[in-house]
Design a protein. Structure first.
Ligand SMILES: O=P(O)(O)OC[C@H]1O[C@H](OP(=O)(O)OP(=O)(O)O)[C@H](O)[C@@H]1O
Ligand SMILES: O=C(O)c1cc(=O)[nH]c(=O)[nH]1
Length: 211
C-alpha cells in the first residue's frame, strides 16, 4: 500500500465512515448484499479530515489530468467532493443526475459547459462502477471528452476494472479495500473472525448472502 493510500484509509477509519455488520448485511446500489459499507458522506462532517481528502483529490486531478477544463460530480455522494475540488483547483463545475429532472428545466447535467471540453468525473466510491460509468455515458453524449475518473475509495472488483477498461476511461482511487482492511486489522478495528468474513465475501460479492 502506498503511504497516501494508507493515510486516506486512516482518515476513513478515524471518521467512522466504515461500517461492518455481517449479521445484517447492507444493500448496495447494485443490489448486492455486503458485510461492509463505506460512508464517505459522513466524512464531510469532519472539517480537517474533509480538507485532507479534498487536497489528495486535487493533487491527483492536477497531476494526472492537468489539461482538464472542468470537473463533473456524480449525484449524490460525488457532488460535494467534486464541488470542493473544483473550487480549490479553480475549475468550472457541473454535476450529473441519475436521470433527467422531472420538473423545472428537466436537466440531467446541471451547470454550464460547452461541447468539446475535457472533463474529469468525480465520484466518492466505486463498487461495480455502474453509477460513474453511467455519468461517463451522459457527459459523452453531451459532447464532452472524458479524460478520466477520480474517486475516494474503490473495492477493486474485477467487474469495475473491466467495465472502465471497456469504456476506455482511466480511473484512480485515493484508497482501496485491500489497504483499508490491512490497516483496520493492524489497528485491531477488525477482528480475525471479521477479517475472514470480509475475505470470503470479497471472493464472490455478487453471490454472498451472509448465511
Ligand atoms: O459503483 P456502483 O455499483 O455504482 O456503486 C457506487 C455508488 O453507490 C453509491 O451511491 P448511491 O446510489 O448508493 O447513493 P448516493 O445518492 O448517496 O450517491 C456511491 O455513492 C456510488 O455512487
Ligand atoms: O455500492 C454501494 O452502493 C455502496 C457501497 C459502499 O460501501 N458505500 C456506498 O456509499 N455505496
Amino acid at each position: 500500500m502506498s503511504s497516501n493510500e494508507k493515510a486516506v484509509a486512516e482518515k476513513l477509519l478515524q471518521s467512522n465512515a466504515i461500517k461492518l455488520n455481517p449479521e445484517q448485511p447492507f444493500t448496495w446500489a447494485s443490489g448486492w448484499k455486503s458485510p461492509i459499507y463505506c460512508d464517505n458522506r459522513r466524512v464531510l462532517s469532519f472539517p480537517f479530515i474533509r480538507d485532507f481528502i479534498k487536497s489528495e483529490m486535487c493533487n491527483v486531478v492536477f497531476q494526472e489530468f492537468p489539461d482538464a477544463d472542468l470537473l463533473a460530480g456524480v449525484a449524490t455522494a460525488g457532488i460535494p467532493w467534486g464541488a470542493m475540488a473544483a473550487d480549490q483547483l479553480k475549475l468550472p463545475y457541473i454535476y450529473v443526475r441519475p436521470k433527467p429532472k422531472e420538473h423545472g428545466l428537466g436537466n440531467q447535467i446541471e451547470g454550464y459547459y460547452t461541447a468539446g471540453q475535457k472533463v474529469v468525473v468525480i465520484e466518492d466510491l466505486i463498487s461495480t462502477g455502474k453509477s460513474s460509468l453511467q455519468v461517463v455515458d451522459v457527459v459523452k453524449a453531451a459532447g464532452l471528452e472524458v479524460m478520466g475518473m477520480v474517486s475516494i475509495f474503490t473495492y477493486g472488483f474485477p467487474v469495475a476494472t473491466e467495465a472502465f477498461a471497456k469504456a476506455g476511461v482511466p480511473y484512480i482511487s485515493l484508497t482501496n479495500y485491500g489497504t483499508l482492511i490491512e490497516l483496520a486489522v493492524e489497528k485491531g478495528i477488525v477482528s480475525a473472525n471479521q477479517q475472514e468474513i470480509l475475505m470470503n465475501w470479497r471472493k464472490d460479492p455478487a453471490g454472498w448472502t451472509g448465511k
